[in-house]
Ligand binder design. Structure first.
Ligand code: SF4
Length: 128
């Protein structure tokens, strides 16, 4: 019982420090396409090829996101719930690495605010 409460509290603390771990909306909304040089294997990249689709001779996309408004095959968990996460976080493609919840000036990413609202999540606060 005590252990469960502790785990729950820990999960809550992690979620509060990183709102992405209880959201996941961006991973089920945008088409995630990227230069094919990021594919693992012969290309010398890091993104697992089996989780991607060919877009054209120069670009690949995460499976599930090809047409937009689809859930990435690498996403685990339930959208808007604690514990949602990327199963290839260390090997995710550039668009995922460059998408931040906050802009450089500390204001929340407007796309996050919009997508969070669609999931019924609270808006992100501005950073100090
Ligand atoms: S690769 Fe990971 S971070 Fe990128 S869209 Fe898929 S689940 Fe999200």
């Amino acid at each position: 019982m005590t252990d469960q409460a502790t785990e729950s509290e820990n999960a809550e603390a992690v979620t509060e420090s990183n709102p992405c771990l209880s959201c996941g909306a961006c991973c089920a909304h945008f088409r995630v396409s990227f230069y094919f040089g990021e594919l693992a294997g012969e290309m010398g990249g890091w993104v697992p090829v089996e989780l991607t689709s060919k877009v054209n001779d120069f670009r690949a996309a995460m499976k599930g996101t090809e047409a937009g408004h689809g859930r990435c095959v690498a996403l685990r968990g339930e959208l808007g719930k604690g514990g949602v996460s990327c199963s290839i976080y260390q090997n995710r493609p550039t668009p995922c690495r460059e998408f931040d919840a906050w802009l450089a000036d500390g204001t929340p990413n407007p796309d996050c605010q919009r997508l969070r609202a669609q999931l019924g999540l609270a808006p992100l606060p501005a950073l100090d």
